[in-house]
Design a protein around this ligand. Structure first.
Ligand code: BEZ
Length: 242
C-alpha cells in the first residue's frame, strides 16, 4: 500500500485530541532529566516537546514527511528523524521508547517490535498506546458494508496477542490495559471529517461511499448532538530483558 499522506493543517486544528489523549501516557513514561527517549510516530511533535520539558533528551521519529516538516516548524530546538518504524536504527540505544496512537498504522507489527527492542538499552522501557482489539468496530463494520473487500490498514491487537509479540522480542510486559475511550469529534460533519482524515486510503475521494458510511454510523455514533468515535485503547509498559 502506498504511504499515507497527511493534511497536517486539518490534523493540527481538528484532530488535536490524538496527541492530547497521549498526555496521560506520559505519566506512565515518567521521563527523567538526562534520559534519552525515542518518540516513535511523533507526528507534529507535541508530545516530543512535553517529554523534552521534563529534561530528557528526545528524538522524534515519523515516516510522514509532512508531519516531520511540521514538527520541525513547531519545535525547532528538538531533533526529528524522517524514518520508517519498521526499518530505523539509532546510533546509540535509548532509555525508553514512547509511542502514542501510531503503532496501529504500522504493518507488519513484528517489524516495528524488532526495531523497538533493538533501539533500547538492556532494562530500557517501551511505553505505548495504540488502538486495541475492538477499536472503531462500528467504523470497520460500516466500511465493510460499503467496500466489502477492503484491505484493513490497521492493527488492533488484544492484550495477549500484543504481549506475546513483545515477549518474542525480549520485552517483558509489566502493565497492560484495554479500555473504551469514546472520542468526540467536533461538528455536525465530525464523522465525515474523521473518515476523510483517517480512512482516505480506503474510501478515496468517493463522496457517495463516504456519505453511505456516515449514514450507517449515525445510529451508533451520533448522540446528543455530537459524534463519538468508538475508540478502544491498548496501553502497555514493558522492559527489555534480553
Ligand atoms: C486510533 O487512534 O485509534 C485510530 C485513528 C485513525 C484510524 C484508526 C484508528
Amino acid at each position: 500500500m502506498p504511504q499515507k499522506t497527511w493534511d497536517v493543517r486539518s490534523y493540527e486544528s481538528q484532530h488535536d485530541y490524538v496527541w492530547k489523549h497521549g498526555l496521560g501516557l506520559l505519566e506512565l513514561l515518567a521521563p527523567q532529566p538526562g534520559q534519552r527517549i525515542l518518540d516513535l510516530g511523533c507526528g507534529a511533535g507535541h508530545l516530543s516537546q512535553k517529554i523534552a520539558e521534563s529534561g530528557a533528551e528526545v528524538i522524534g521519529l515519523d515516516s510522514s514527511p509532512e508531519m516531520i516538516a511540521q514538527a520541525r516548524i513547531n519545535y525547532p530546538k528538538l531533533r526529528f528523524m524522517l524514518e520508517d518504524a519498521r526499518r530505523f536504527s539509532l546510533p546509540e540505544p535509548v532509555d525508553a521508547v514512547f509511542s502514542n496512537a501510531a503503532l496501529h498504522w504500522i504493518l507488519p507489527p513484528d517489524q516495528a517490535a524488532a526495531r523497538i527492542a533493538d533501539a533500547l538499552k538492556p532494562g530500557g522501557r517501551f511505553v505505548a498506546e495504540l488502538g486495541g482489539k475492538g477499536n472503531i468496530q462500528s467504523v470497520l463494520e460500516a466500511i465493510r458494508l460499503v467496500v466489502p473487500n477492503f484491505d484493513n490498514p490497521w492493527y488492533f491487537p488484544s492484550i495477549p496477542e500484543y504481549g506475546a509479540l513483545l515477549e518474542q522480542h525480549g520485552l517483558e510486559v509489566t502493565f497492560a490495559v484495554l479500555f473504551d475511550r469514546p472520542t468526540k469529534v467536533e461538528g455536525e460533519d465530525g464523522a465525515e471529517d474523521w473518515l476523510r482524515m483517517f480512512a482516505s486510503g480506503i474510501l478515496g475521494s468517493d463522496q457517495q461511499a463516504l456519505s453511505r458510511v456516515v449514514e450507517l454510523l449515525r445510529p451508533r455514533l451520533y448522540r446528543d448532538g455530537a459524534w463519538w468515535m468508538d475508540y478502544r485503547r491498548l496501553r502497555v509498559v514493558s522492559r527489555k530483558v534480553s
